[in-house]
Ligand binder design. Structure first.
Ligand code: PEP
Length: 249
């Protein structure tokens, strides 16, 4: 059975003290045994504090980004190895903002996924089409290309070591989520692709939906057969809203 995974991507929000107040409130809300796996993705600056505050709680944390090279002349970058050194468990790879605003290629995303796995982190691999690609009937072709490039040569011993987030680009931060039937159709195709690629291990890979998930619509997505959680941006910035979404799972 796949345990649902609900993740908070704060993006470039919150000072360390704001992050601390949020996490204290979330720890209080979540209690000791939440029925879902919860992950928060603070900015790098708040990660050490988050690691200290969340240790011993059921809430995991990770990094929104990292560079796949171990070390080197990459001014301003933080490596996967450095993030792993802080005790992170998860790494977001291939978020559409990284792909579209920072020009990350499929190959670079794949290097990050492999570096994450190599350092014992669980990659949350984001895939998803733009509105033009969907209108042109190319949504699956784009998602398939992103999966194939990011997961080429990856061997998985356990499906829990990989999470896929299906995030249609046009639904991120717009307030216009995908229709649940479209999200399910895509998640079903992703599941079938993963089965071809990884065999039985694929049964343990969780697939999240992301794109304008809110407390009011979370249940519709989280009840879908091939969706095992959500990656949440805007609505995750408030701990009560984020917890309301997690409870819907
Ligand atoms: C995201 O950034 O991954 C995301 C899904 O954002 P939002 O929930 O704001 O659409």
């Amino acid at each position: 059975m796949r345990v649902p995974i609900v993740a908070a991507n704060w993006k470039m929000h919150k000072t360390v003290s704001e992050a601390e107040a949020y996490l204290k409130r979330l720890v209080e809300l979540v209690g000791e045994k939440p029925p879902v796996e919860l992950v928060v993705f603070p900015s790098f600056t708040a990660i050490p504090m988050a690691g200290r505050l969340l240790s011993g709680t059921p809430i995991a944390w990770g990094a929104q980004n990292a560079h796949p090279e171990h070390q080197g002349a990459f001014t301003g970058e933080v490596s996967v190895a450095q993030v792993a050194d802080l005790g992170a468990r998860f790494l977001i790879c291939g978020h559409s903002e990284r792909r579209h605003l920072f020009g990350e290629s499929d190959a670079f995303v794949g290097a990050k996924v492999r570096a994450a796995l190599g350092h014992g982190l669980v990659p949350i691999l984001c895939v998803g089409e733009t509105l033009d690609e969907r209108r042109a009937g190319r949504a699956w072709a784009v998602v398939e290309r992103q999966l194939a490039a990011a997961l080429a040569g990856v061997a998985l011993a356990d499906g829990r070591n990989l999470v896929i987030a299906y995030e249609p680009v046009w639904a991120i931060g717009t307030g216009v989520p995908a229709r649940p039937e479209d999200a399910q159709a895509m998640a079903g195709r992703i599941r079938a692709w993963l089965q071809q690629a990884f065999g039985k291990v694929a049964e343990g890979i969780r697939i999240q939906y992301g794109g304008s998930v809110k407390p009011g619509n979370a249940r519709e997505f989280l009840a879908l057969p091939d969706i095992d959680g959500a990656l949440v941006g805007g609505a995750s910035l408030d701990p009560d809203e984020f917890w309301a979404i997690a409870r819907a799972a």
